[in-house]
Structures are given as structure tokens and as C-alpha cells.
Design a protein around this ligand. Structure first.
Ligand code: HEC
Ligand code: HEC
Ligand code: HEC
Ligand code: HEC
Length: 236
């Protein structure tokens, strides 16, 4: 089965909205800073900003889930003895300062300075926005929506709001250019990585997509594992 990137219309319960309503005031300064100006880039804001709405246990605490992942320590890891060894093989003496290493161990590496919001901290490693895309616009829209939403209203995440996670998202870093490359299966790794919201109401299409697991059995990983072509429904 060929993997398709998710559609960006998800219907979600109002519970998250109530929470976000409370945060509108707390985040007012942030919105002012991010006033709509079409020509400006959609900025990387950093994981701490996401925590304000994605840090609650009842909606899956994605921030805590990320903190437990190696991604959150990816910059730190470049300071280790192992990193020095891996660096030496590429002629790099200080991995934490080298383009050749930072490009996959921090978020948004190589983007111009105006693409980062004030307070963005690259030392936090591979943050939310490495997989979900820059979050400034998403936050602005969610705050605006929360401010005027009726109780019980559904949340619709717009198509251009975030970048859908796909096998290519991971392959940007999980590839042979990594000096410590370990062959990668999208579906296996997605299951270790995804941090779902138990309260989300999903479209049938999304349920099907999230049910896919690797169908290559003991032969995994194969070429198909990296591209997401190996997916088979788990529930069958
Ligand atoms: C002002 C509140 C708010 C902030 C801050 C916020 N989000 Fe969200 N986000 C929401 C709401 C509401 C939803 C829909 C309910 C849900 O999935 O939790 C959502 C959904 C999502 C989804 C699921 C999208 C989909 O199509 O199902 C992702 C991914 C996401 N947010 C990532 C982020 C990232 C990354 C950040 C930080 C850059 C962030 N969010 C910051 C409110 C927020
Ligand atoms: C193309 C992206 C990419 C580049 C470039 C890259 N890394 Fe990594 N690095 C990864 C990924 C992905 C992992 C996770 C496991 C793997 O290697 O597949 C990783 C893991 C590591 C680890 C953890 C060790 C382990 O076995 O899990 C160290 C240490 C490391 N990298 C050091 C470096 C150093 C030093 C450089 C620069 C010379 C570098 N990396 C460049 C993507 C990259
Ligand atoms: C290494 C990549 C990666 C990182 C880093 C990451 N996520 Fe995710 N996230 C995923 C994947 C994979 C999924 C499952 C997405 C899918 O296929 O629908 C997901 C799903 C989500 C969802 C939707 C949950 C649902 O029920 O549909 C939210 C919200 C979210 N992430 C927020 C965050 C936040 C906030 C951070 C940082 C604190 C973060 N993510 C960091 C990969 C990542
Ligand atoms: C910006 C680069 C980047 C992206 C994008 C990325 N990763 Fe990683 N990933 C890394 C690095 C670097 C490490 C190693 C961190 C460390 O060891 O400190 C890692 C480690 C991991 C690990 C820990 C196990 C291991 O191999 O060492 C898993 C699981 C993982 N990534 C899954 C994913 C998935 C699934 C996606 C896509 C949804 C993804 N990653 C996207 C850079 C990335």
C-alpha cells in the first residue's frame, strides 16, 4: 500500500479549546509580536511555545512525550565522546559548532535569522517544528479561533497551517548522510514517536492512516520501509 500524506482537516472536540481560551491572555504578548504581515516568513517559535497548548495530560501531553525522546537531546548528544569520534571520521573537531552535524541535530538549521522568533533556542535539539513545520501561523490561528469559538465548536486545522508528517519528514535526517546511520522503518519509528491526543475525533481516512504498520516482517527494514510503501493495516 502506498503511503499518502495526511489531509489537513481534523475534527476535534471542544475540550482543547476551553484550555486554549484560558491561554489567550497569557499569550497576548506573543500574538502582538506575530501580527499578520504576509511577506514575513512563518517562523520557528520553539517547543516551549507549543507546551502552552500541548502540555496537558488529558489531551496527550505531546510536550512531555517529546522531552522523553532522544530528539530533545540531539544537540546535547553532539557534545558526547561518541560525537567526537563520529566527528573525527568526517574531519570535524567540534560537532556542536559544525554545519555538517548541526543540520540534523537542531531545528531549522540553515534558515535565515528572520525565520526564528525571539527566544527560539537551538540547544533544545530536534524540536516539534522539525517534524510539524514552523508553528507561528498555527499558534496565531488557534488563538484567534479559541477567542471566538462557541462551546462545542469543532476545531479544523487548515491545510496550510502545519506540515503533515510523512516518511520524507524523517528521511530528511534519518539517511545515510548520518555518520551513525541506522536503517530506518517509517512505520516502526512513527509508532515510537507519535504522541496522539486520546480526545481527538478522527476522520476515517486518518484512522486508517494511523493504523498502518510495517508489512515487511523479519526482512525489515527494506527500501520500502524508508518510503512508507511497506504499510499494512494492523487491525487485519
Ligand atoms: C494557542 C494554542 C496552541 C498552541 C500554542 C499550539 N497549538 Fe497545536 N493545536 C492547537 C489546537 C487547539 C489543536 C487541535 C487539537 C489538538 O490536536 O490538540 C492543535 C493541533 C496541533 C497538531 C495536530 C494537527 C492535525 O492536523 O491534527 C499539531 C501537529 C500541532 N498542533 C502542533 C503544534 C506545534 C508544533 C506547536 C508549537 C510550534 C503548537 N501546536 C502550538 C492549539 C495550539
Ligand atoms: C543527515 C542527518 C545527520 C547528520 C548530517 C548528522 N547526524 Fe548524527 N544522527 C542523525 C540521526 C538520524 C541519528 C539517530 C540514529 C542514526 O544514526 O540513524 C543520529 C545520531 C547521532 C549520535 C547518537 C549515536 C547513536 O548511535 O545513536 C551521535 C553521537 C551523532 N549522531 C553525532 C553526529 C556528528 C558528530 C555529526 C557530524 C559529523 C552528525 N551526527 C551528523 C542524523 C544526522
Ligand atoms: C520526530 C518528529 C516529531 C517531533 C519532534 C514532534 N512530533 Fe508531534 N507528531 C509526530 C508524529 C509522527 C505524529 C503522528 C502524526 C500523524 O501521522 O498523524 C505526531 C502527532 C502530533 C500531534 C497530533 C496528535 C493527534 O492525536 O493526532 C500533535 C498535537 C503533536 N504531534 C504535537 C507535537 C509537539 C507540541 C511537539 C513538540 C513538543 C511535537 N509534536 C514533536 C512527530 C513528531
Ligand atoms: C531534524 C532531523 C530529524 C528529523 C526530521 C527526525 N529525526 Fe529522528 N532523530 C534525529 C537525531 C539527530 C536523532 C538522535 C538523537 C540522539 O541520539 O541524541 C534521532 C533519533 C530518533 C529516534 C531514536 C532511536 C534511534 O534511532 O536512535 C527515533 C525513534 C526517531 N529519531 C524517529 C524519528 C521519526 C519517526 C521521524 C519522523 C516522523 C524523525 N525521527 C525525524 C534527527 C531527526
Amino acid at each position: 500500500m502506498k503511503f499518502e500524506a495526511p489531509a489537513r482537516s481534523r475534527f476535534l472536540p471542544a475540550a482543547g479549546l476551553a484550555l486554549c481560551g484560558v491561554l489567550v491572555f497569557a499569550l497576548a504578548a506573543f500574538t502582538a509580536d506575530a501580527a499578520p504581515q504576509d511577506k514575513k516568513p512563518n517562523k520557528f517559535v520553539g517547543a516551549a511555545k507549543c507546551k502552552t497548548c500541548h502540555g496537558a495530560e488529558e489531551t496527550g501531553n505531546q510536550h512531555a512525550a517529546w522531552m522523553k525522546m532522544e530528539h530533545a537531546k540531539a544537540f546535547e548528544a553532539l557534545g558526547s565522546e561518541d560525537a567526537k569520534k563520529a566527528g573525527a571520521s568526517k574531519g570535524v573537531a567540534e560537532p556542536q559548532k559544525a554545519d555538517q552535524c548541526l543540520k540534523c541535530h537542531v531545528t531549522g538549521y540553515g534558515a535565515p535569522p528572520e525565520n526564528f522568533a525571539k527566544g527560539f533556542d537551538p540547544k533544545l535539539g530536534v524540536q516539534c517544528e522539525s517534524c510539524h513545520g514552523p508553528g507561528e501561523q498555527h499558534i496565531k490561528r488557534r488563538m484567534a479561533a479559541a477567542a471566538k469559538a462557541e462551546p462545542g465548536a469543532t476545531v479544523v486545522i487548515e491545510k496550510d497551517e502545519l506540515v503533515p508528517v510523512s516518511p520524507q519528514t524523517c528521511a530528511a535526517c534519518h539517511n545515510k548522510e548520518s555518520p551513525t546511520f541506522k536503517p530506518f522503518c517509517y512505520f516502526k519509528r512513527r509508532d515510537e514517536t507519535k504522541h496522539l491526543n486520546p480526545k481527538a475525533k478522527r476522520t476515517e481516512e486518518d484512522v486508517k492512516r494511523l493504523d498502518l504498520v510495517c508489512g515487511c516482517g523479519d526482512a525489515c527494514p527494506t527500501e520500502k520501509c524508508a518510503t512508507g510503501e511497506c504499510g499494512v493495516p494492523k487491525s487485519k
